[in-house]
Write a protein that binds this ligand. Structure first.
Ligand SMILES: *Cc1c(COP(=O)(O)O)cnc(C)c1O
Length: 397
């Protein structure tokens, strides 16, 4: 481990990222990497051309306006209206950020402080606890309910656990649906239950909708801001990287009521100030693509999900239902294993496939020990290569 003696105490738990560590190990061992979730094929060629032209003609090469170009903010507002019927004013209710990541960080930094509690469901996207720590606030972890083995169910919301976690100090709930890492999508009923608790307790909801367009089998993504009583207390976050398969461009956004977005804008302008000049016009064009683009994006991923889940099931894993995102969660117990952390370490070394143990994405690791996350946003040849290697597990166990 590197020398951390100069690092502030509150950031010590976040010194390493499981994704970075697993990718490094995968590279070192020549493993097929189904750990980190990024697509290995580019998004629409016409968006690349727009970004390239904005560099060539000089229009994208200097600081764009604070809060994002007017055209991109307008495109984000149009997108929220077109898909969800949400009305936001691009002049005041939208901010463009350096990926969804910065939108999440700026929102937590702008709206929470020392003494505030922020509710984080686990397993979680690893950024959440780190940004709560940066704000000096306190994360309160609420486990999602694991399915009974063999039931065919996925993870689900435990509304009583959420209710019991709320105190006088609770300020915010971070909601993520479609959910990384479990692949679950919160139902209208689950969202209503969260919303009712947020309203009764006067809480802010930070809704991470990075995978909003990646739901499968006619499962609908419902932004929690569309529920009655919720718009005024919700910051909704989106990711151009996830919507258009350009995760390296790092264009994201937040939208919501003017008072909350004004606060987020103040903090964000002192983080990256502005970002992604040449990419902003390209993402604006992406958000205006016809419905067919979004349908094909989800359809293409659904067939990759099917390829990987069928293969993993044949090898002997219990494959939990995946309603959205880039990820499948499996239960490793049918293979005779119980410790996902050890399982993933062995897998990369002995079988040559990298995956992520869900237990690494939780404060309370025990409940999540038997679960392992695999990404399927890879070319079929890569998924098949991983499955070929994994057949070795049949003989090992
Ligand atoms: C990828 C991801 C993000 C970050 O998105 P960027 O636009 O790359 O910053 C945020 N939340 C979740 C759940 C993600 O998986």
């Amino acid at each position: 481990m590197a020398d951390l003696s100069e690092l502030v105490d509150r950031m010590h738990p976040f010194a390493t990222s499981v994704f970075g560590a697993m990718s490094a190990r995968a590279t070192e061992r020549g493993a097929v990497n189904l750990g980190q979730g990024f697509p290995d094929t580019d998004g629409p060629a016409e968006l690349k051309e727009i970004a390239a032209a904005a560099i060539a003609d000089g229009s994208g090469n200097q600081y764009p306006p604070a809060h994002g170009t007017p055209d991109l903010r307008a495109a984000i507002a149009e997108h929220q209206a077109r898909f969800y019927g949400l009305e936001v004013d691009p002049a005041t209710d939208v901010v463009v950020t350096t990926g969804a990541s910065e939108a999440l960080a700026a929102t937590v930094l702008a709206l929470t402080s020392v003494g505030d509690e922020v509710i984080v469901f686990e397993p979680f996207f690893d950024l959440y606890p780190a940004i709560v720590a940066m704000a000096g606030a306190t994360p309160v972890y609420v486990p999602l309910r694991a399915p009974a083995p063999g039931s065919g169910d996925g993870f689900s919301l435990d509304i009583n656990a959420l209710r019991n976690a709320i105190t006088q100090r609770t300020r915010m709930i971070i909601v993520n649906s479609p959910h990384n890492p479990t692949g679950m999508v919160l139902s209208a009923l689950e969202l209503r239950e969260i919303a009712d608790l947020a309203i009764v307790n006067d809480l802010i909801v930070l809704s991470d909708e990075a995978y909003e367009h990646l739901t499968f089998d006619d499962v609908a993504h419902i932004p929690i801001a569309t529920l009655s009583g919720m718009f005024e207390r919700t910051v909704t976050v989106g990711s151009g990287g996830k919507c258009f398969s350009f995760t390296g461009w790092k264009i994201g956004w937040a939208s919501g009521p003017t008072d909350l977005i004004t606060a987020v804008r103040v903090v964000r302008q002192h983080l990256s100030y502005v970002s992604g000049g040449p990419f902003q016009p390209a993402i604006a064009a992406g958000l205006r693509l016809p419905d067919s683009y979004f349908v094909e994006l989800a359809g293409g991923l659904a067939s990759k999900r099917d390829l990987l889940s069928t293969g993993l099931r044949e090898i002997g894993f219990e494959v939990l239902p995946t309603q959205g995102t880039y990820f499948i969660t499996t239960d490793i117990r049918p293979l005779g294993a119980t410790d996902g952390i050890e399982f993933c370490r062995d897998l990369v070394d002995r079988v040559g496939v990298a995956a992520i143990p869900n237990a690494e994405l939780a404060a309370d690791r025990d409940q999540l020990m038997p679960y392992v996350r695999w990404t399927f946003c890879k070319q079929p040849a890569v998924l098949n290569a991983a499955l070929d290697r994994l057949t070795a597990l049949r003989t090992i166990t």
